[in-house]
Design a protein around this ligand. Structure first.
Ligand code: HEC
Length: 409
């Protein structure tokens, strides 16, 4: 406001900053403000100890442009968030992640929301400061002792001398007519410096310029080639004497880094019996469970759980061949569907457990293999449970404990 008028030479009287009128009631300041507005002044303000209802109307204060700025900033944030994600995920680098669509609005809402809030909030803060001409280190009114009562019980109105309509005599007359307690001259501030210290200003300029250097360096690095390896300050485990998958490695004759499994080798502690691994004993399907698998309630519970996960989808929870997948496939009636076998058929009762194991491991006719998904121990547990299912539908009275038989007869 008074930048160029800050005069350090105190031998000269300080120029007039404006005229200050003091009132004792909100009603008075409302009336005074109305008069001053009607007189056509532009550079003036009121100061009250509390918000006075109707003062904006009396002063003719128009709504600020800030909401519009904030709305535009928010909108810009949304659009940036939206296009950034769409461009990176769906256009520039489409990459399938878990079969999700490249572009899907719900997944992108959080970033859009964040950017909207970020830009709106920043604009609201910076806009408010700029529209209010802040920061404003000093004001001529700060030097007026009486003015301190603006925070207590007095109402002030200041008309600035810089107003085109300002004329000391006429303006004083106008203010006198509004019945103030007193009209006082306010001199320009010659005591305090109302500019930011020069060191600070230049320091900020230098800092702002320096902040651009990293961007310049990045831009240059992207456009130029260098034979020197890049500087890697934090090396962590970047350089290690190991070979990467799918890379050349001259140590071996075939120069492949990836080594095929050596046939016939078994990792330490992983040697399992033929019975457990293949379900066979001397080439024929085993009729007994392998030694390693205890036929116990615990194995049964495990088998029950695994069966419900891996088999029930097709064969049904009770083994009738009516799982959800089977039902759905039949409903679709596409004609190529082979229904899952009903596990209660006589020939499956008679099949050796080793053959059932073989069917799960390698699949059978149209049934896919499950050996790669279900470890051998679990396959045996499943078979134990399948046996229990079969027994449940073909139980004889002799299977029931003697004490219970009476109740069934
Ligand atoms: C994707 C569906 C599906 C799943 C899951 C499935 N099966 Fe099957 N299963 C079939 C179909 C279909 C057949 C009949 C194949 C044929 O006859 O071509 C079959 C047949 C069988 C047979 C009869 C084999 C024979 O000798 O006739 C057994 C036993 C069997 N499944 C057990 C299991 C067990 C145990 C599991 C769980 C590990 C399982 N299946 C998981 C679809 C499935």
């Amino acid at each position: 406001m008074s930048d160029e008028k800050t005069i350090k030479d105190s031998s000269q009287p300080a120029p007039l900053h404006g005229l200050l009128a003091e009132y004792t009631s909100p009603q008075q300041i409302l009336e005074a403000a109305t008069r001053v507005r009607e007189a056509g002044f532009k550079q003036w303000d009121t100061f009250t100890p509390f918000p006075v209802h109707g003062i904006e109307g009396a002063m003719g204060i128009k709504p600020t442009i800030l909401p519009v700025l904030v709305f535009c900033a928010g909108l810009t944030g949304s659009i940036i968030g939206l296009t950034l994600q769409w461009w990176t995920n769906a256009v520039d680098y489409p990459w399938i992640v878990s079969g999700k669509p490249f572009w899907s609005l719900p997944a992108n809402i959080p970033v859009i929301f964040e950017l909207t809030v970020l830009l709106s909030a920043a604009t609201a803060l910076v806009g408010m400061l700029m529209l209010n001409n802040l920061p404003h280190p000093s004001h001529p009114l700060d030097l007026k002792q009486r003015f301190a009562r603006a925070t207590d019980d007095r109402f002030f109105l200041l008309i600035q001398a810089s107003d085109p309509k300002f004329d000391e005599q006429a303006t004083r007359k106008l203010l006198d007519e509004t019945a103030p307690v007193l009209v006082d001259e306010v001199a320009e501030d010659r005591v305090t410096e109302d500019r930011l210290p020069k060191v600070l200003v230049y320091g900020l300029i230098v800092l702002a310029a320096a902040a651009l250097i990293p961007f310049a360096l990045i831009a240059r690095a992207r456009e130029t080639k260098s034979p020197v390896p890049r500087i890697n300050l934090v090396q962590d485990m970047d350089y290690q004497p190991y070979v990467k998958a799918q890379k050349e490695f001259t140590f071996f004759a075939d120069k492949r880094a990836d080594r095929p499994q050596e046939l016939g080798t078994v990792a330490v502690g992983e040697l399992k019996s033929e019975h457990l691994e293949t379900g066979k004993l001397s080439g024929a399907f085993a009729r007994t469970f392998p030694e390693e698998i205890p036929v116990s309630a615990e194995t049964m519970a495990r088998g029950h759980q695994r069966y419900d996960i891996y088999c029930a989808t097709c064969h049904g929870l009770s083994g009738n061949g009516d799982g959800m997948v089977a039902k759905r496939a039949e409903a679709l009636a596409q004609g190529t569907w082979v229904p899952p076998t009903n596990l209660h058929q006589q020939y499956l009762h008679e099949q050796p457990v080793g053959q059932l194991f073989n069917s799960i491991t390698h699949g059978v006719r149209n049934m896919p293999a499950y050996g790669h998904l279900v470890p051998a121990e679990d396959r045996w547990a499943i078979i134990l449970y399948v046996r229990a299912l079969q027994r449940s539908k073909a139980a004889k009275l002799s299977d029931v404990p003697e004490s219970e038989r009476k109740s069934l007869e």
